[in-house]
Design a protein around this ligand. Structure first.
Ligand code: DLL
Length: 432
């Protein structure tokens, strides 16, 4: 069944992968030129024809695509196939503006599910596993993507979708699920509910495949400990199919990008200049095999680092670090760049859980940053008289990490709303 551990591709020499990418890139540029007038116009504006792209060395010549392009071309403007050849759409949640719609042929779905199957195999999955998929189904790609991957691997697939925690736990215990797929924030919520109901001994989980939102190493350790599992990161975005663009292996030190389907670049988000491996910047993807929605040089706005070299798992695919969140998730407070994931790391290091809310405001022409953090049950009952001291300790830990004053408010357990999908951690009142 290790059909979805495609050793000849996942562990191929860098030269062989490059050869495959060159060949697929030339074909894909021609496909886009012939079928996507929106992008052809962008190429023409730069005086380019498909003949100018003979290999990856020429990739930098091609124009970028951004989310604004996708919105401008909404809904059908970037399709590479006729509607009659497409069988599905998915869509982003539209949290940062108008929704983006992506199209799929049956072949696109097939390759996407292969990518998700690779992720499940890399997390130790095989046909003996019971895979509980609690990502949302529907327009969101998480449910369908992992569901398809799980079928391909041959796992018994539980298509739960998100929410209804009681039912999730009932199936998890009755059917003895071994792999859990959901957002890290929902995994933390499920873990909390398992402990509250005294179900820890009835849980047979061995691995979790968590993604769709930024999560810290500290949160990973917390979830692993509380569920007794190994937690694997998975990354992807609707515009490029969905989950499975990259995935973690047993090494847990970055996510292998499926380089037979995607070319990754890191650019300086301000100038667009391509940066060398090992430098932090914005991740840009070129899809090599997608037919219906073939995006070239798509700017993800996700900030990360690429690292090459053979991994101890045997795979040679380039690795991306955990994205710190999108460049547009980054808060600028009093001129300082702040990523919510940095705050999360400090909270967990100091013994709190990832139940927090960040509120940014502007008072008397000056930015304010407040973090509301939930106390754990033990903290709450043992330290009632010491809350001010605990708040002060967090204020200094956050100052050491961010360099600015952050107001901290400790709140009683269970006062911050739990998330069943992607958690909304930041309220920026300056934008309201
Ligand atoms: O979140 C696809 C997905 C589903 C990925 C299930 C993994 C698991 P979108 O809703 O289009 O698609 O959101 C894509 O989410 O650009 C990142 O900013 C963020 N994101 C996705 N995976 C991760 C991750 C799905 N592992 C956007 N770590 C991306 C950090 C992630 N951020």
């Amino acid at each position: 069944m290790q059909k979805y551990y495609q050793q000849e591709i996942e562990c191929a020499s860098p030269e062989k992968i490059r050869e495959l990418q060159n060949e697929r890139l030339v074909k894909q540029v021609k496909h886009v030129w012939d079928n996507v007038p929106y992008y052809r116009k962008k190429m023409e504006e730069k005086g380019l024809t498909p003949d100018d792209v003979k290999s990856i060395d020429d990739l930098h010549k091609l124009p970028f695509l951004s989310k604004d392009d996708l919105r401008e071309a909404y809904p059908y403007g970037l399709m590479g196939k006729d509607l009659k050849d497409c069988v599905r759409i998915h869509s982003t949640s539209g949290t940062t503006g108008k929704r983006v719609v992506a199209f799929y042929t049956q072949h696109d779905i097939d390759l996407w599910e292969d990518c998700c199957a690779r992720a499940i195999v890399a997390a130790g999955g095989d046909e003996t596993d019971v895979c509980q998929v609690c990502y949302g189904y529907g327009l969101f790609t998480g449910g369908s993507g992992l569901n398809g991957g799980s079928h391909k691997v041959g796992c018994l697939t539980l298509p739960m979708s998100s929410g209804n925690t009681d039912r999730q736990l009932q199936f998890m215990t009755d059917l003895e699920s071994t792999i859990l797929c959901c957002t890290p924030s929902y995994a933390a919520y499920l873990a909390e509910s398992i402990h509250e109901r005294g179900l820890r001994d009835k849980i047979k989980l061995k691995a979790g495949i968590f993604g769709a939102e930024a999560w810290s190493e500290e949160m990973r350790r917390d979830i692993e400990k509380s569920l007794g599992i190994k937690a694997y990161d998975i990354y992807g975005l609707t515009e490029l199919s969905g989950p499975g663009v990259s995935f973690e292996c047993s090494e847990q030190s970055g996510m292998h990008i499926n380089e037979d389907h995607f070319i990754a670049e890191i650019i300086d988000p301000n100038t667009g200049e391509v940066l060398p491996d090992g430098t932090q910047g914005e991740l840009v993807f070129t899809s090599l095999t997608k037919e219906a929605f073939p995006l070239l040089r798509y700017r993800t706005r996700d900030i990360c680092v690429l690292t090459r070299g053979k991994c101890s798992c045997g795979r040679t695919f380039v690795k991306m670090s955990k994205p710190r969140g999108r460049s547009d998730d980054m808060l600028i407070v009093k001129g300082v760049n702040v990523f919510p994931s940095q705050i999360e790391a400090v909270l967990i290091e100091n013994g709190y859980q990832a139940n927090y809310q960040i509120v940014v405001d502007r008072v008397n022409n000056s930015d304010t940053l407040e973090v509301m953090v939930e106390m754990t049950q033990e903290n709450f009952s043992d330290n009632l008289g010491k809350i001010t001291d605990m708040e002060k300790a967090l204020v200094s830990a956050l100052k050491a990490m961010l360099g600015i004053y952050v107001k901290v408010r400790l709140v009683a357990p269970k006062t911050i709303q739990r998330s069943e999908g992607k958690a909304v951690r930041v309220i920026d009142k300056r934008k309201i």
